[in-house]
Design a protein around this ligand. Structure first.
Ligand SMILES: [Zn+2]
Ligand SMILES: [Zn+2]
Ligand SMILES: [Zn+2]
Ligand SMILES: [Zn+2]
Length: 146
């Protein structure tokens, strides 16, 4: 290889290195959006296991302030809220115990929650969805009133 050719190769290598895109993904896969934000969604900071919804800082306030939310269980915001696994049985949490206000798996239902008021999570969710709509509406009214 002549000296000139070698220089060309070196130059090519350098440009190729510089052209390579930076290798860090911008989106955090754990980022969750607030279920209550309309329009531009804020990043959720906490998820509620009772509401099965995620909240940004502002929309989380009623959970801190209102008696109605006192028993609600807040966890770090998670997209996988609805597909949680029972830590005891390693099963999908498919049911909801109204007596204890918690999601449970089928084995829990037969075991610890025998005789409790339990429903399938799907049924509970659609009911929650209705309640969520209500809460949303109340929010809107409050915001409009200022
Ligand atoms: Zn929000
Ligand atoms: Zn809640
Ligand atoms: Zn279980
Ligand atoms: Zn129970």
């Amino acid at each position: 290889m002549s000296k000139k050719n070698r220089l060309m190769v070196e130059k090519l290598k350098k440009t190729r290195l510089q052209a390579a895109p930076p290798d860090h993904s911008s989106a955090d896969p754990e980022d969750v959006e607030c279920d209550f934000c309309t329009g531009r969604k804020h990043k959720a900071v906490q998820s509620c296991l009772v509401c099965l919804a995620s909240y940004c800082e502002a929309h989380l306030q009623p959970h801190y302030q209102s008696q109605a939310f006192q028993k609600h269980k807040l966890v770090k915001a998670s997209r996988r809220l609805q597909e949680q696994i029972c830590s005891q049985h390693d099963k999908l949490l498919e049911a909801y115990c109204r007596t204890d206000q918690q999601s449970i798996c089928m084995l829990c239902m037969l075991d610890n929650h025998r005789g409790h008021d339990t429903v399938s999570l799907a049924a509970e969710k659609s009911e929650k969805q209705k309640k969520l709509e209500w809460t949303r509406r109340e929010y809107q009214i409050k915001i409009r009133r200022g």
